[in-house]
Design a protein around this ligand. Structure first.
Ligand code: MN
Length: 440
C-alpha cells in the first residue's frame, strides 16, 4: 500500500453531510475538491470553496469565524483575491493541512458540526469562476490512440510521427479564452478551404468539435533556468480538473502546418469548476508501463516512483444533448468512455519535460493532457474520431445524427475514480453549449 494513502482515504468514514454518503456521489468526504464560487447572482466577492456531497464549504467564512485550525487557516492566506493561486504556490504541505482539517470537521460525529453547518452553501445555489488566474496554458497530446486515429485522417500513410514515442508533444495555448463550465461557447469564424475549393474562405466553422481532456494545475514555481527532475515533479502539481479543448477541425486542417494549432483552438476552452487534489487521487494511481516494443523514456523522463505509481486510472466520459433533445426533455446521452490510464505520458513526465529547457512554471499554470481516447473503436475522445473525420455520423437515440457539433448542442465531460476498497470520487461536470456564429 502506498505510504500516501492515509485515514482520509478510509472508505468506511462517512460525513455528517448526508448527500456525501451516497455511493455514486462525486464528492464524498474522501474527495474534498476545491473551487472558486459565490452565491449565484449575488455579486458577492468570489471565494474558495470545498465540495462535500451537494454542498460547498465556504472556506474563508469558516476561517474568519475562527473554526479552522492551524496550519489549515494559514493555507488560505491570499485566496481572498478570489483565486487559488496562493494556495497552489504553497505546495503539498498547505494542501494536505487543509484536506486533513476539512476531513476532520466534516466527518460523521465531528464535534465541529454545529459550528460548521451554517457555513455550507447548496451547490445548486452557487455560481463558479475559474479556480485560478491562469498565467500560461500548455496543451499536450498524450493520447496515443487519439494521435494515431487523427494522424490517419490527416496523413493516411504516416499516422504517428516518429517523435511521438520520445517527446511529450505540446504547444502553447491561450489562457485568456479559457472559460468555466456553464458558459456558452460561440461557434468561431475562421479561414477554411474545402478539398475541392481553389481558394479559402472566411466562414463559420462547419467541423466544430470537443476534446476530452484533463486540465492539470501546477503548484510551486520552478526558477527560470532550473529544470524540475522527475523525482520532484509531482511537488509542482496541485490537482486536476475536467477540460474541454473545443476545436474547429476545418480551421485546424488548413492552418496547422507548419507551426501547429492556432485559431482552431484558442476561441474557447472550458474548464470544470472543481480541482481534485493529488491527495484525493492517490488511490487511483497505477504503474506507468510502456506497451511492449515501444521505447522506454529517456532518463530525464524516468524514475522509480513514476514506474511504480505515475499513472492515473480515471474513467472519463463525454455526454451530449442536442437542442431537440432538450426541447423534448431528454437528458444527455453518453457518447464514449475511456480511462486516463491509456495516457502515453504521466503528469510527472509532463512537468519534467516542460521544464527540462529551464522553462519556469508558475502556480496556477494549466497543462492540458491532450484528448484521451481509448484503444477500442467507439472510445474516441472527440467527434473527429467517433465519426471518422465526418464520414460515419453518429446516430443518437432520438434519430438525429452528428458528425460535428450543431448550434444548441450541449457537451458534458465527466470523470471519476473507482477502485475496490476505496470510495468512488468524481471530478464533477464540465459543460458548454454551442451558440450560433456571429453573422457578418
Ligand atoms: Mn487539445
Amino acid at each position: 500500500m502506498s505510504p500516501l494513502i492515509d485515514h482520509t482515504h478510509d472508505a468506511q468514514q462517512q460525513s455528517w453531510v448526508a448527500s456525501a454518503n451516497a455511493l455514486d456521489a462525486d464528492f464524498p468526504l474522501q474527495n474534498l475538491p476545491l473551487a472558486i464560487c459565490r452565491r449565484a447572482g449575488s455579486g458577492e466577492a468570489w471565494r474558495p470553496g470545498a465540495a462535500i456531497g451537494d454542498q460547498v464549504v465556504d472556506l474563508l467564512a469558516l476561517r474568519d469565524a475562527g473554526l479552522l485550525p492551524q496550519p489549515a487557516a494559514d493555507a488560505l492566506s491570499g485566496t481572498e483575491n478570489g483565486t487559488l493561486n496562493a494556495l497552489m504556490a504553497r505546495g503539498k504541505p498547505a494542501r494536505q493541512a487543509l484536506r486533513q482539517a476539512l476531513f476532520a470537521g466534516l466527518a460523521a460525529g465531528a464535534t465541529q458540526q454545529a459550528q460548521w453547518a451554517p457555513h455550507l452553501l447548496a451547490q445548486a445555489e452557487v455560481e463558479y469562476t475559474l479556480p485560478a488566474r491562469i498565467g500560461d496554458y500548455t496543451d499536450f497530446y498524450t493520447g496515443i490512440h487519439h494521435a494515431t486515429t487523427v494522424g490517419k485522417l490527416f496523413r493516411p500513410d504516416n499516422p504517428l510521427l516518429p517523435n511521438y514515442q520520445w517527446v511529450p508533444i505540446g504547444y502553447h495555448g491561450r489562457a485568456s479564452s479559457i472559460v468555466v463550465s456553464g458558459q456558452a461557447v460561440r461557434r468561431p469564424l475562421g479561414q477554411t478551404k474545402g478539398p475541392d475549393e481553389a481558394i479559402p474562405q472566411l466562414r463559420p466553422s462547419q467541423r466544430l468539435d470537443y476534446e476530452l481532456e484533463l486540465g492539470i494545475f501546477t503548484s510551486q514555481a520552478n526558477a527560470l533556468g532550473t529544470p524540475v527532475p522527475m523525482e520532484q515533479a509531482e511537488e509542482h502539481i496541485f490537482g486536476v480538473s475536467l477540460f474541454n479543448d473545443w476545436s474547429a477541425r476545418d480551421v485546424q486542417a488548413w492552418e496547422y502546418q507548419p507551426l501547429g494549432p492556432f485559431l482552431a483552438k484558442n476561441f474557447a476552452s472550458t474548464l470544470g469548476p472543481w480541482v481534485v487534489t493529488l491527495e484525493a487521487l492517490e488511490p487511483f494511481r497505477i504503474p506507468f508501463v510502456r506497451p511492449e516494443g515501444d521505447p522506454q523514456p529517456l532518463p530525464y523522463l524516468d524514475s522509480a516512483g513514476n514506474r511504480a505509481r505515475g499513472g492515473l486510472d480515471l474513467q472519463m466520459e463525454v455526454w451530449l444533448q442536442t437542442a431537440a433533445m432538450r426541447a423534448q426533455g431528454q437528458p444527455h446521452v453518453r457518447l464514449m468512455q475511456s480511462s486516463f490510464r491509456h495516457s502515453y505520458w504521466t503528469l510527472a513526465q509532463l512537468v519534467a519535460h516542460h521544464t527540462i529547457n529551464g522553462c519556469n512554471l508558475q502556480p496556477g499554470d494549466l497543462l492540458g493532457s491532450g484528448t484521451q481516447s481509448g484503444p477500442e473503436a467507439g472510445q474516441g475522445g472527440s467527434l473527429l474520431e467517433l465519426s471518422m473525420g465526418g464520414k460515419q455520423p453518429l446516430s443518437l437515440p432520438n434519430g438525429e445524427q452528428r458528425s460535428f457539433l450543431q448550434d444548441g448542442d450541449s457537451v458534458q465531460l465527466r470523470a471519476y475514480g473507482e477502485r475496490p476498497g476505496f470510495r468512488r470520487i468524481g471530478l464533477g461536470m464540465c459543460e458548454g453549449q454551442i451558440l450560433p456564429a456571429l453573422t457578418r
